[in-house]
Design a protein around this ligand. Structure first.
Ligand code: NAD
Ligand code: DAU
Length: 354
């Protein structure tokens, strides 16, 4: 992967920031990163603290909206962008149910603008890697796994917008010969995840002795992957994946939500048994709430294509990954406090009304 000027979109978000930290540590990446991020509620420059100082010649931040086609073209020209790793998106399913508009603009129109910019620089352009989700495949029953050939059946405005962007990326590969790769990944967890998503939300509420909202019967299943394993899979695909192809990425770690919530409670009880003067196990804080509309029952990923073709498999076990994650949230109270002071708090309290 000989990219000199790699545009990373959404680099201040959860996975994007982990990817930038990861990539700058790799010996086989010698280029420069141009991080393009609008800094929505989910974008947090704190996630990349120290990067500008530590890599003055290799990292540039551009606050920009991918929905602005003129600006994307300008950034491509100014920096000689020769590859894109596209994370920027509205990413939270519950928000897409409440207010789908931003998902249509950013996830579909934004991706289209980037593809157009890449197309107009086609001569020097090496790769457009598109980050997507397993949610495009819909919901599984008790058996079976999502394969790259599973028909798309998105059930939420979020997954429908991601499905649409996947199709656009693929079509630009077929129609214009743009070098593209797509990855569809399962649920990530790890440092820097915005605490609207299950694991950080539960960890921080449990720490504070607040109620723990579990949707429906809590038996929905997700396939969990530690974020650094995701970053490693992305870089592997960017370097060696066949152009025009899709690769599924997963953790081989199916878990029911309620099992994860109880596990997080137990871990925190072990660290600090007493919270806010109240004794008793944190499991008592679990509160079953109204289910998410259209809530997908089960996701599970078959990543044998990535394993067989590119020799990738996840390294982190869930047991060690969740320990690292919980410790990170406990140790980074300044980060947590700053995030909580943002608009996130009013969203959460309005959403759950516990
Ligand atoms: P996130 O919400 O934490 O971060 C998204 C980032 O995109 C933020 O920094 C935000 O400011 C930026 N952004 C949003 N709209 C923008 C716009 N119009 N212009 C420029 N920047 C904009 O998301 P995440 O969880 O890090 O997910 C990153 C990508 O990975 C998304 O494409 C998501 O669909 C995909 N994905 C996420 C998961 C997961 O478990 N989180 C799993 C599979 C795939
Ligand atoms: O599968 C990949 C997807 O994983 C990504 O594409 C999305 O960007 C990412 O947000 C994630 O989507 P989910 O909807 O699976 O993640 P979330 O953390 O919102 O929810 C995980 C599960 O936990 C889901 O079954 C809903 C449930 N849940 C979630 C929250 C926030 C609860 O029971 N209570 C909660 O408070």
């Amino acid at each position: 992967m000989k990219t000199k000027n790699l545009m990373v979109t959404g680099g201040c978000g959860f996975i994007g920031s982990n990817f930038i930290h990861y990539l700058l540590r790799q010996d086989d990446f010698t280029g420069r990163i141009i991080n393009v991020d609008k800094l929505t509620y989910a974008g947090n420059p704190d996630n990349l603290e120290g990067i500008e100082k530590n890599y003055p010649d290799r990292y540039i931040f551009e606050r920009a909206d991918i929905c602005d086609p003129g600006l994307m073209e300008d950034i491509f020209s100014r920096y000689g962008i020769d590859a894109v790793c596209h994370f920027a998106a509205e990413s939270h399913v519950d928000r897409s149910i409440k207010d789908p508009g931003a998902f249509i603009y950013t996830n579909i129109v934004g991706t289209f603008n980037l593809l157009e910019a890449a197309r107009s620089h086609a001569g020097d352009f090496i790769l457009f890697h598109h980050i997507s989700t397993d949610e495009v495949y819909g919901s599984l029953g008790k058996e079976g796994l999502f394969k790259e050939t599973t028909p798309y059946q998105p059930n939420s405005p979020y997954s429908a917008s991601k499905a649409s962007s996947d199709h656009l990326v693929r079509a630009y590969g077929k129609t214009y010969g743009l070098p593209v790769t797509i990855s569809n990944c399962s649920n990530n967890y790890g440092p820097y995840q915005f605490p609207e998503k299950l694991i950080p939300l539960i960890a921080l509420n449990a720490k504070e002795g607040e109620k723990l909202p579990v949707y429906g019967d809590g038996r929905n299943v997700r396939d969990w992957l530690y974020v650094e394993d995701h970053c490693d899979a992305i870089w592997t695909i960017m370097k060696s994946g066949r152009r025009g192809e899709t690769y599924n990425i997963g953790g081989n770690m199916e878990m029911e939500n309620i099992v994860i919530v109880e596990m997080v409670c137990d871990m925190l009880d072990e660290i600090t048994p007493i919270h806010r003067g109240k004794n008793g196990p944190r499991k008592n804080l679990i509160t079953f709430v109204k289910d998410r509309p259209g809530h997908d029952r089960r996701y599970a990923i078959d990543f044998t294509k990535l394993q067989n073709e590119l020799n990738w498999s996840p390294k982190e076990s869930f047991e060690s990954g969740i320990k690292k994650t919980i410790s990170w949230y406990l140790e980074n109270s300044k980060w947590v406090q700053r995030v909580k002071n943002n608009e996130y708090h009013s969203w959460i309290s309005e959403q759950y009304k516990l």
